[in-house]
Design a protein around this ligand. Structure first.
Ligand SMILES: [Cu+2]
Length: 165
């Protein structure tokens, strides 16, 4: 009787320890992700959507998936990618962005981006926008970023191009 109870207790203890350790590994995905150079593109007047870009750096030994984004500044936020469909660039929603172990995933114009659909307030250069990143384990990271105009982005690209000459 005592031996059986002891075995049951030991088994329950082992189970809870296992649960605890796997939870600890997963609970901190957001803490392992470093966000660099985030910005949101200024929305042209009348545009139904805009997009946020950033570099996601994974400082852990495991791949981490960004599975969702949410924000107060638009009705919806979706994870999008661009695909080249017979020379036509098309956007489509994807279920996640994977950030490789000890690696980076770039969200940039023409590639992966967070689409902010139906803005509920004007998204203008000089303002800031907050987007919450939600990872596979449910952990979250709020990113506050500047809004930049498309014109300035083009100028920056020209600058970096000239530096190469
Ligand atoms: Cu998009």
């Amino acid at each position: 009787m005592n031996t059986i109870n002891l075995k049951k207790t030991a088994y329950a203890l082992t189970l809870s320890l296992l649960t605890l350790s796997s939870a600890q590994v997963l609970a901190d995905q957001a803490k392992h992700i470093e966000v660099n150079d985030p910005f949101t593109r200024e929305m042209p007047p009348g545009s139904p959507a805009t997009a946020s870009f950033m570099t996601l750096k994974n400082n852990s030994d495991h791949a981490i998936k960004l599975v969702k984004a949410s924000t107060q500044v638009s009705k919806k936020a979706e994870l999008h990618t661009h695909t080249n469909d017979n020379g036509m660039m098309r956007m489509r929603e994807v279920p996640f962005f994977e950030i490789p172990a000890n690696g980076q995933t770039h969200l940039k114009p023409g590639g992966n981006h967070i689409m902010l659909i139906s803005p509920v307030q004007p998204i203008q250069a000089g303002k800031t926008v907050s987007v919450t990143l939600i990872f596979e384990d449910g952990s979250k990271k709020e990113v506050t970023m500047p809004v930049k105009s498309v014109m300035n982005m083009d100028k920056n690209e020209d600058h970096s191009h000239h530096h190469h000459h």
